[in-house]
Design a protein around this ligand. Structure first.
Ligand code: FE
Ligand code: FE
Length: 188
């Protein structure tokens, strides 16, 4: 599907705020791809579709994952919103006809990250965090600057801030997020 077509469809699927965020992530991912010599088209498609399964109730997310044989981890069972990443990759393929496995993978890992993630994966993860509509995260100004200089450093900063926030708030920490954090800590 052409990007304009996907945008039109997403406008109906997502609420207003989520749609604005989606467009923000698409253009931020494009900018990061330019800064780091990555494929622009892949970054834009992955950014556009990363939250395509976000505006579905937790109940339906679980139901749809079971229906389509998408494995549900223990932490996803406890925090079903995490499933929008896996389900999003599934929808991107089935409903939006994306065949590029790298785009689908970037969508799949955009919430928790993953050890060994590639440049496109990092770009989407980071764009999701820094796009212009975001305003709540700590150190945003600093992370935005680092993102255009060094993807790995930006990943580590986002992951450590996220873990700290979740610990403080008593939120559910997905073991994969923790593993991803240690991966980048070892890399740097
Ligand atoms: Fe998301
Ligand atoms: Fe997002």
């Amino acid at each position: 599907m052409k990007r304009a077509e996907i945008e039109k469809k997403l406008k109906k699927e997502l609420d207003k705020e989520r749609y604005a965020h989606t467009i923000g992530v698409m253009y931020t991912a494009a900018s990061l791809a330019m800064a780091h010599q990555c494929n622009l088209g892949q970054a834009m498609y992955a950014g556009l579709l990363h939250d395509c399964a976000k505006c579905i109730s937790n109940h339906d997310k679980l139901k749809l994952c079971k229906k389509h044989n998408i494995p549900i981890s223990i932490s996803e069972k406890r925090s079903p919103f995490l499933l929008h990443a896996k389900l999003g990759a599934y929808f991107a393929k089935k409903r939006y006809k994306v065949e590029d496995g790298e785009i689908l993978h970037a969508i799949q890992v955009h919430t928790t990250g993953e050890p060994g993630m590639n440049a496109l994966d990092k770009i989407i993860y980071i764009a999701d965090y820094i796009e212009p509509n975001r305003c709540k995260a700590p150190n945003l100004e600093e992370v935005r600057k680092i993102a255009f200089e060094d993807l790995d450093k930006a990943m580590l900063k986002i992951l450590s801030d996220t873990l700290e926030y979740l610990k403080r708030k008593g939120g559910e920490i997905d073991p994969l997020t923790l593993r991803t954090y240690h991966y980048f800590k070892n890399e740097l």
